[in-house]
Design a protein. Sequence first.
Length: 551
Amino acid sequence: MTNNSNFIRRIIDEDNDTGKFAGKVATRFPPEPNGYLHIGHAKSICLNFGLAQDYAGTCNLRFDDTNPEKEDVEYIDSIVEIVHWLGFDWQDRLYYASDYFEKMYEFAVLLIKQGQAFVCDLTADEMRDYRGTLTAPGKESPYRTRSVAENLDLFGRMRAGEFADGSRVLRAKINMAAPNLNLRDPVIYRIRRAIHPRTHDKWCIYPMYDFAHCISDALENITHSICTLEFEDHRPLYDWFLDALKTASHPKQIEFARLNLTYTLMSKRKLLELVTEKHVSGWDDPRMPTLVGLRRRGFPAAAIRNFCERIGVTKQESIVEMNYLEECVREELNRTAPRVMAVAKPLKVIITNFPESETIELDALNHPNDQTMGSRKVPFSREIYLERDDFQEHPAKDFFRLAPGREVRLRYAFFIKCNDVIKDPATNEIVEIHCTYDPATRGGNAPDGRKVKGTVHWVAAKQAIQAEVRLYDKLFSVENPAQEKAVPYQALLNPNSLKVIQNVFVEPSLAIAKLQDKFQFERLGYFCVDDDSKSGHLVFNRTVTLKNQVV
């Protein structure tokens, strides 16, 4: 078991010590299929599946599909795929709240028979008026005293579709003076004529989340129902339903603080608006905090799991720096990503003493610290590209790369010395530089012991592959857009969140790169092959910069 202790683990340990659940741990991850999962959901996924793994228990994947107007099979499929991608498996325990609709209906009937539920004809506005406030008690519905027989008849006719949408609801009969507003005769069922992704038009009444969730947990013999903090005030209702129904299983609900991340939003509604209003290219836009977006950007699943473990689990709401997530990604890619060379702002270099028709192949390590990743061949010829920023005609005092009369090391290759600078007569812009190479320095070391201060990356001009590179930055220009109320959140979007660079030159070994392959472009950052790549046109997303690198 991991040593990463937290208050939830302490609760489970205490339950195991007392034999509360016979030493069993059964959790679940219960997403609503009304959108794509985001990084905040990853915390819940890692927590629930991680606890099950550590305690040799089980974790179910269960869709809370009780709101058919907003649900779609597309979302269900994406959630199944992304939870698997994160590295978790529920084996044969994939469930839906809709699996239990008939049983939930029977439980609702049982509450009516026990005198603990009634059919109410108040409108939504009237119910709000009757509910009361935090300081004033609510007022009982005039329909609260209906007989059991009348309630059973009306509820059956609700199911049969005799009444219009919104005209009647089934409510629990608890206490309109309860300090907790969730206990003031909450709605259990409402009438909604909508096509359900799984049950189609079989039902025209649907259970509310608070009713469906606790029953689903109980039917699946969940031991610890772990929710985010906004459900803390709903826990008394969770327990009331299970006590009233005398279910064989009574899970324990535990709440933890949800994940908030700087420079983004965690509202599925607002993320959907960003997609539908075309502020982003889709749910998988690499600027989005969705897990499909982060995956497309090149974030490894292992880095996300590590991030979720590091931030811990508390009851205290907080906001985590985006840089912390990026550092977890950087650490993982530093360990696992092969190194290659690419030139983003090319400056042509002519090696004047190298034969025009000759090309040689040089050995290059795929990873400096992992010999098991092997090596590759990189071509070297008379014409190469360097980064334009690696040359200064009039070098600053602290500039140690290439300049007239100066020698630098080409990574994996030779020492070269700049002898001449060629400029465009019309613009005075440098168009190419002429250098000589020292063939005795093959591999990057001089046999006479001379040293150079600068090492630069490069690609052979004729063999290099042209590629498109997309540089991503933070989605919003303010740290906490959710707290900014003065303007619409759309006005806070970062106008520089995407920069596209055409005609980046990469070494020819990348010709066989596959979608989602990840690399470190030496000295430039970490990149992955984007889904838009196709034969003859490589597209790379910058996943993260190198450590301490300016964006």
